[in-house]
Ligand binder design. Structure first.
Ligand SMILES: Cc1cc2nc3c(=O)[nH]c(=O)nc-3n(C[C@H](O)[C@H](O)[C@H](O)COP(=O)(O)OP(=O)(O)OC[C@H]3O[C@@H](n4cnc5c(N)ncnc54)[C@H](O)[C@@H]3O)c2cc1C
Length: 318
């Protein structure tokens, strides 16, 4: 049985979820091979001891990233490795690539993965269904599958491997029909909401854009990120950007701890956070649907409850 991980570079290294996937492969007793394309290979030494093999792919038209040229090259590299399962980290780039590569190679595609186990000679993927109301286990049989896993699905503490082999390939991509003209970094964002271990999310119950500072304060003190519902993005509240909208038409988050502050619990929102490990809901309405998804519920005014939590956390932290 073999696992291939499509690593994803970020900043001066890799997305935390890349390390999760590699660690989980080691925990399953199947240290993975990794594919790094173009500039993603710049920090390949960070994967030393974390993977059985690192395959770097260089070639024409691979930098900067463009789905148009990467699909072709990744499809060839994946085919050459021939792994049973190919693991991606869920995110914008994976949304770009995974379905196209699956279609190109005629392989199964699975999204929203939360768990991966072995059952005899098959891999089993655990994922939500019906907008988070149920869960399903999919058995990978009869060929390889491409699977996208949500960030924060796996621990990163599996023992390292003794040695990592390195292989270099050259695959030229066809001319890029959708070149990147300019890349602009988002300002002021400390932690990406999709990678954060703690997410403080606010909805219309936060009452006004000035009060969003409360979400940021709690996120900062807990070392997390803050997000909003679509209602606030649509209303044009300052700071409530689409880049931090959680839900079906926004970002999917899967943190260890999720605070829903003044959020009703509409299905479109739940679909973006239903795999959070522990959910705390704060709502003035004791019958709010959000409480049905919560592990802990506080019936009260978020504008009063959040400062109390901040005070308590500060006291505990000293
Ligand atoms: C195609 C489509 C895609 C969508 N995609 C998304 C998406 O990606 N993400 C998303 O979030 N939504 C999405 N929506 C919208 C979604 O259906 C809901 O309308 C939205 O999530 C509601 O946002 P809300 O919970 O902030 O507001 P509301 O539904 O208005 O809920 C506000 C809640 O705050 C509570 N409240 C009021 N005052 C306080 C207070 N002082 N303290 C505490 N609680 C208080 C109320 O009791 C209520 O439960 C989508 C809709 C469609 C049609």
């Amino acid at each position: 049985m073999s696992i291939l991980v499509i690593a994803e570079a970020a900043g001066a290294g890799f997305r935390p979820s890349t390390f999760e996937l590699l660690s989980h492969a080691r925990a399953l007793g199947e240290p993975a091979s990794v594919i790094l394309v173009g500039d993603d290979a710049a920090n390949k030494e960070q994967l030393d001891g974390l993977a059985a093999k690192v395959v770097t792919v260089a070639g024409a038209n691979l930098s900067p990233y463009s789905a148009d040229s990467w699909v072709d090259v990744l499809a060839q590299a994946i085919q050459a490795e021939g792994a049973d399962v190919v693991l991606f980290s869920e995110g914008q780039r994976t949304r770009d690539l995974l379905p196209r590569i699956a279609a190109r190679l005629g392989l199964s595609a699975v999204t929203a993965g939360m768990g991966l186990t072995k059952d005899g000679g098959s891999y089993v993927v655990h994922r939500p269904a019906q907008g988070g109301k149920a869960y399903m286990d999919l058995v990978v049989e009869g060929g390889s599958a491409l699977i996208a896993f949500r960030p924060n699905s796996f621990a990163t503490d599996a023992a390292p491997v003794d040695g990592t082999a390195y292989e270099e390939k050259t695959i030229d991509a066809a001319a890029n029909r959708t070149p990147v003209v300019e890349q602009v970094a988002e300002e002021g964002k400390k932690i990406d909401v999709t990678e954060a271990a703690v997410v403080i999310c606010g909805g219309r119950g936060m009452k006004s854009e000035e009060n969003l500072a409360l979400l940021e304060e709690l996120a900062d003190i807990l070392g997390g990120a803050w997000g909003v519902t679509r209602a606030l993005v649509d209303a044009g509240w300052k700071g409530a950007d689409h880049s931090i909208q959680v839900g079906k038409s926004g970002k999917t988050v899967s943190p260890g701890l999720y605070f829903a502050c003044g959020i009703s619990g509409a299905t479109h929102h739940i679909m973006g956070m239903d795999t959070s490990k522990v959910v705390v809901a704060i709502n003035t309405d004791p019958d709010a649907l959000m409480f049905e998804y919560a592990d802990y519920g506080i019936t009260g005014d978020a504008l009063q409850v959040i400062p109390e939590i901040v005070k308590e956390v500060r006291a505990v932290k000293g």
